[in-house]
Ligand binder design. Structure first.
Ligand SMILES: Nc1ncnc2c1ncn2[C@@H]1O[C@H](COP(=O)(O)OP(=O)(O)O)[C@@H](O)[C@H]1O
Ligand SMILES: [Mg+2]
Length: 240
């Protein structure tokens, strides 16, 4: 099991009620998991726990058999840099850096990722090509690219050095249908190449059929505003 949550509860500072109270969630190696929930239901809060940006007040949360809440803040940062490829909702690209340098950042922050990337510059260039970012854009400031292109740069940055887990927070929200489908093709192809596990968060249920498994946050989250008539939906036809 790559990810294992048991009785995880998280309450934002100053809030009366916990945002999350999750009795159980497990994700297997290589799974493409679609985590669905309406706006404000706690999807990003959950991803913040998975990435160790925040830590739960109670419960166990293991990623790659590591209880990340027990690590010091600096060890958590290192763990994230070494093992997780994160595509943030707002991309978090550095606007003043070039396209290429934004992708190489992942290797600057992690020796593990740098070693796994081989020739990092060549690997970054290939990933960008795979993401349909043409070579003449490599040295452009990333802020001069379109939203769709920036999204794909953020994916290349998440994928370089083959992290075991890819976590994506609503990465398709700014894309039209054609671009969204192509984007998903690229993301799946690249994550499958290295057997990476993909946790993909979205409120857009039109794309859920492309994933191995769909989990509704309302179903797994035991808080007052959670509805109890949603079902965990195993998309057997797409399972592989
Ligand atoms: N930085 C924050 N500080 C305090 N409360 C927050 C913060 N971010 C989110 N929350 C609370 O958590 C709830 C869930 O937010 P979020 O995880 O961003 O939902 P989603 O990603 O599903 O739209 C919000 O309604 C809000 O009450
Ligand atoms: Mg969110």
């Amino acid at each position: 099991m790559i990810i294992r949550l048991k009785n995880v509860s998280y309450c934002w500072p100053g809030q009366q009620q916990p945002t999350l109270n999750i009795p159980s969630l497990e994700v297997e190696k290589g799974e493409h998991l679609f985590l669905h929930g309406p706006s404000g239901s706690g999807k990003t809060t959950l991803l913040n726990l998975l990435t160790g940006i925040n830590t739960p007040q109670s419960g166990q949360l293991e990623i790659l058999e590591t209880d990340i809440a027990k690590l010091s803040e600096s060890k958590r940062d290192r763990f994230r840099a070494d093992h997780l490829g994160v595509i943030f909702q707002q991309f978090n690209l550095l606007p003043y850096l070039s396209v290429l340098d934004n992708v190489l950042l992942s290797c600057d922050f992690s020796k593990t990722r740098l070693e796994k990337a081989g020739n990092a510059v060549e690997t970054a260039k290939q990933l960008l090509l795979d993401m349909e970012i043409s070579g003449d854009l490599l040295h452009s400031k990333v802020s001069s690219l379109s939203m769709g292109q920036q999204q794909r740069v953020a994916v290349a940055r998440a994928l370089i050095g083959n992290p075991e887990v890819i976590i994506a927070d609503e990465p398709t929200s700014a894309l039209d249908t054609d671009n969204r489908d192509r984007f998903l093709d690229l993301l799946f192809t690249e994550s499958d190449k290295h057997g990476s596990t993909l946790i993909f968060v979205s409120h857009d249920t039109q794309i859920q059929h492309r994933f191995n498994r769909m989990v509704s946050l309302a179903t797994i989250n035991n808080v007052d505003n959670a509805s109890d008539n949603n079902q965990i939906n195993h998309n057997q036809a797409d399972a592989k």
